[in-house]
Design a protein around this ligand. Structure first.
Ligand code: ATP
Ligand code: MG
Length: 467
């Protein structure tokens, strides 16, 4: 029979866990301290450990290391009431089987325990035990919601490996942050992190940028040039917006993933490259494959480990934490007091669709801070940008510009004509639809906000079928 070792110095929590695990065809052993738990581990009787944090005299990672020093293949599930991003990453990276937030429902606990038993059985490779302890530098990845907990765990699991990672998610969900987190927590952290944005560079340039060229490869190629891929040798190559990579270059990338080698433009023999690849995209790659714009074989090679970031609207639990984080950052930068948000403001924020996700929220916090002029940020201050985007205009327009630029290039690439009328109609419909949603269908107000006459608005509503 499988034995669960519960390590906790919290009497009440132990009782809850024991009650949940009772009558489930497993044996329970409780230890009131890490030392006692370690003694049980040494006897070799445990099939799985539930370590409840905080535990006097140790951290999650400390406890994990102590347990794994005695039995590196023992699945350890860390349970904690006070989860932190860094701890979730560090713990899974240090080899925790799972990291879960208390309180847990019985079913969730049983599932975790069941999976743990199974993993313990199946475990072939030893749990990686990273001895280095790093401190977080730069930006923080904020969020304690369930979906984000899963992201932290995924980062912890994948970081120490050399696996190719594909990060997916809508614009502004933090893909770049996640790529950096994986890199920073990897064994290659001291080696280069080379970023190539595949959408910002024209095709011919992108090829030489990535793979380099030999002397005389083409007219104007005076000397030879090392590409970014080779620059990332021994390190990590982050291919951002990979969904926009032209097909010809996708073929060369596939070769890199398959053979670990590249051929510079005009080169005669392949060059070996040892680079860990992390790719990101906000594109629907499955659709791109169907449309022949993305290679299926490359997709499979890339998505060895997929990580999909949730849109902000699916983790609204994190809204207060994120708002506070951005306000603290901004006010510290400006050297002013953090005015905080009223409950009304939160409610309004929670009702916003956040198409631009965390990036949009960061901009919104900056704008409402300016608007509130030192007073607590209320619904009015927030509404000023959530409802009428004039204050967030610069940011919105910048994002819009980029989207338009892509759209123009892609439409032309597909031989489309009549661009201006098409996009004008589209924009007009989008804006009207949005404003009507905001005014809850009030057409007088909508016409005023839009700056058009009521008859014009009514005509548009009819045309777009927005009744
Ligand atoms: N979980 C998070 N915690 C804190 N900041 C975040 C988080 N997610 C995103 N951000 C911030 O939001 C902004 C956008 O994040 P990032 O650039 O990583 O998004 P992205 O997914 O790469 O978007 P895009 O597809 O538009 O490139 C950045 O300023 C980033 O610091
Ligand atoms: Mg990005």
């Amino acid at each position: 029979m499988n034995t669960v070792l519960v390590i906790t110095d919290d009497e009440a929590r132990r009782k809850v866990i024991e009650a949940q695990l009772l009558n489930h065809d497993l044996k329970l052993v409780a230890a009131g301290s890490l030392e006692r738990g370690l003694a049980v581990v040494e006897e070799g009787h445990a099939s799985l450990v539930l370590a409840v944090l905080p535990l006097a005299g140790t951290s999650a990672v400390g406890a994990l290391r102590a347990i794994h020093a005695r039995d590196p293949r023992l699945p350890v599930v860390v349970l904690t009431a006070a989860a932190s991003t860094e701890e979730a990453i560090e713990t899974t990276k240090a080899g925790a089987f799972d990291y879960l937030l208390l309180p847990l429902e019985e079913r969730e606990l049983l599932t975790a325990v069941g999976h743990g038993f199974e993993a313990g059985r199946l475990m072939r490779s030893p749990v990686s035990l990273d001895q280095e302890s790093e401190t977080w530098s730069g930006d923080a990845l904020i969020g304690r919601s369930r979906p984000m907990q899963e992201i932290y765990k995924a980062i912890g699991r994948v970081a120490p490996t050399d696996s190719t990672v594909l990060i997916r998610g809508e614009s502004g969900t933090g893909k770049e942050l996640v790529a950096r987190a994986i890199y920073q927590h990897s064994a290659r952290a001291a080696r280069p992190f080379v970023v190539v944005n595949c959408v910002a560079i024209p095709e011919t340039l992108l090829e030489s940028e990535l793979f380099g060229y030999e002397r005389g490869a083409f007219t104007g190629a005076v000397g030879a040039r090392i590409g970014k891929v080779k620059q990332a040798d021994g390190g990590t190559l982050f291919l951002d917006e990979i969904g926009d990579m032209p097909l010809a270059i996708q073929a060369k990338l596939l070769r890199l993933l398959e053979d670990r080698s590249i051929e510079p433009i005009g080169g005669r023999r392949p060059i070996a490259v040892d680079a860990r690849i992390i790719a990101a995209t906000n594109r629907d790659l499955e659709a791109a494959i169907d449309e022949g714009r993305f290679r299926k074989d490359l997709f499979y090679r890339l998505s060895v480990v997929p990580i999909t970031l949730p849109p902000l609207r699916e983790r609204l639990d994190d809204l207060p934490l994120l708002c506070d984080y951005f306000l603290r950052r901004l006010t510290t930068e400006l050297g002013i007091r953090n005015p905080g948000l009223t409950p009304d403001a939160y409610r309004l924020l929670a009702s916003h669709p956040w198409a631009g996700n965390v990036r949009e929220l960061a901009n919104a916090m900056e704008q409402s801070l300016i608007f509130s002029r030192g007073r607590q940020i209320d619904a009015e201050a927030v509404g000023a940008l959530v409802l009428t985007p004039s204050r967030g205009r610069a940011a919105a327009l910048a994002a819009g510009d980029e989207a338009l630029r892509r759209w123009v290039h892609q439409s032309l690439a597909f031989g489309r004509e009549g661009l201006l009328p098409a996009i004008t109609e589209h924009v007009s419909e989008r804006v009207i639809r949005e404003v009507l949603a905001i005014t809850a269908g009030n057409r007088v107000r909508a016409a005023r906000l839009l700056g058009i006459s009521r008859p014009t608005l009514l005509a548009r509503i009819k045309k777009y079928g927005l009744e």
